[in-house]
Ligand binder design. Structure first.
Ligand SMILES: Nc1ncnc2c1ncn2[C@@H]1O[C@H](COP(=O)(O)OP(=O)(O)OP(=O)(O)O)[C@@H](O)[C@H]1O
Ligand SMILES: O=C(O)[C@H](O)COP(=O)(O)O
Length: 397
């Protein structure tokens, strides 16, 4: 493995895996470009050395091949702006003739953005031939995708096999992220509170088990909470649920109790009669969400309880919004939890916020500079905290 800052990229084509999985609205506009901004120092150093840059990333979770909604072409203009007007070319496929030609024609000082890696099924399968095809596009491989480092995919892990030790390295973002996470891991003052929310229930529910060994309090909000509530036999109406995780949820509740960890689940919700910004809403107890309604935010009692626990914490880890914060009617819970974290931070706690949407929420509320560290990793950050060696990191080392 080579050290990024010691490497001179003059005349080289650097193939960088970035995590440009940014949130887009219905008009396909970027609503938060934190992850793109975070990759800029790495890109600029390569261009300043006299090299050229080939960027590859996924966007969302496309299931059926190329889909306009998930095209990285929607990011080109923003990238040009963030790079102060540098030429950014776009290849409509990440492998094959289109990509190879575009890479071959790339001049020093230019950037080429490849189309969404996940338009090919081979990416997530970690296919070797696909990884080798990608590897041919660049002279050196730089992994700067901390947010995707927990995935053992072709572009994040397998590809590293095709570069010799002095031609593969981490980028500046990856270095910064891992050193901040190490700081928290080794200096976590108690009480340590982990706050989890969002919609990726099956991904994140497994992380809770490992957090039980580290945290004093685990707060569950967002879509994830309803799997726990249903497991306890509560009526959750049409709320988000993963029925194959009900037993696991019960097991986690029992384990938390046995280990003396406070696992907090929301008592009430802001429920809606449809998943829409103009839905009818009502605050309901989580004992019984009316049939046909769905919980889209935590309610006032939950906010009060969660805020008390946060106020007494010295280390706070937050991933996943408390509700559908993209819609004003359901952003109250996420905003209140963000405020509680900011207050605790001002009082001396260390707070780390990570995850595409959690970071977007903190930015939307103008609070990003009031927490201790904003990470571009959501799931990746959580897995790092579990002490796992992330595939994207292991592949380079
Ligand atoms: N009660 C809920 N029902 C349905 N969706 C919800 C609910 N609460 C939150 N969400 C949605 O969860 C999404 C974010 O979840 P996600 O798990 O992707 O978080 P994240 O911060 O982006 O983390 P990561 O970076 O790991 O993906 C948001 O789009 C939000 O609208
Ligand atoms: O947003 C994220 O957590 C990363 O970009 C990884 O996305 P994934 O969960 O779809 O693999």
């Amino acid at each position: 493995m080579s050290k990024f800052s010691d490497h001179n990229f003059k005349g080289q084509k650097a193939l960088i895996r970035v995590d440009f999985n940014v949130p887009l609205n219905d008009q396909l506009e970027i609503t938060d470009d934190t992850r793109m901004q975070a990759a800029v120092p790495t890109i600029k150093k390569i261009l300043a050395d006299g090299g050229s840059v080939i960027l590859m990333s996924h966007l969302g979770r496309p299931k059926d091949g190329p889909t306009d909604k998930y095209s990285l072409k929607h990011l080109v203009n923003r990238l040009v702006k963030l790079l102060d007007g540098v030429t950014v070319k776009f290849a409509e496929d990440c492998v094959g003739e289109v990509a190879e030609k575009a890479a071959a024609n790339l001049q020093p000082g230019e950037v080429l953005l490849l189309e969404n890696l996940r338009f090919h099924k081979q990416e997530e399968k970690g296919d070797k031939t696909f990884a080798e095809q990608l590897s041919k596009l660049g002279d050196v491989y730089v992994n700067d995708a901390f947010g995707t480092a927990h995935r053992a995919h072709a572009s994040t892990a397998v590809i590293a096999e095709f570069f010799p030790g002095d031609k593969k390295m981490f980028g500046l973002l990856m270095e910064a992220e891992t050193s901040s996470a190490e700081k928290v891991l080794h200096s976590s003052e108690k009480p340590f509170t982990a706050i989890l929310g969002g919609a990726k229930v099956s991904d994140k529910i497994l992380i809770i088990e490992n957090l039980l060994a580290k945290a004093n309090n685990i707060i569950i909000g967002g879509g994830m909470a309803y799997t726990f509530l249903k497991a306890q036999g509560k009526e959750i109406g049409n709320s988000l649920v993963e029925n194959d995780k009900l037993d696991l949820a019960l097991e986690l509740l029992a384990k938390a109790k046995a280990q003396g960890v406070q696992l907090l689940i929301p008592e009430d919700s802001v429920a809606a009669d449809k998943f829409a910004a103009d839905a009818n809403t009502q605050v309901v107890s989580n004992d019984s969400i009316p049939s046909g309604w769905m919980g889209l935010d935590i309610g006032p009692k939950s906010i009060e309880k969660f805020s008390e626990v946060i106020a007494a914490s010295k280390t706070i880890l937050w991933n996943g919004p408390m509700g559908v914060f993209e819609m004003p009617a359901f952003q109250g819970g996420t905003k209140a939890i963000a405020d509680a974290i900011v207050k605790a931070t001002a009082g001396g706690a260390f707070s780390l916020v990570g995850g595409g949407d959690s970071v977007a929420a903190v930015n939307q509320f103008g609070l990003a500079d009031k927490v201790s560290y904003v990470s571009t990793g959501g799931g990746a950050m959580l897995e790092y905290f579990e002490g796992k060696v992330l595939p994207g990191i292991a592949a380079i080392k």
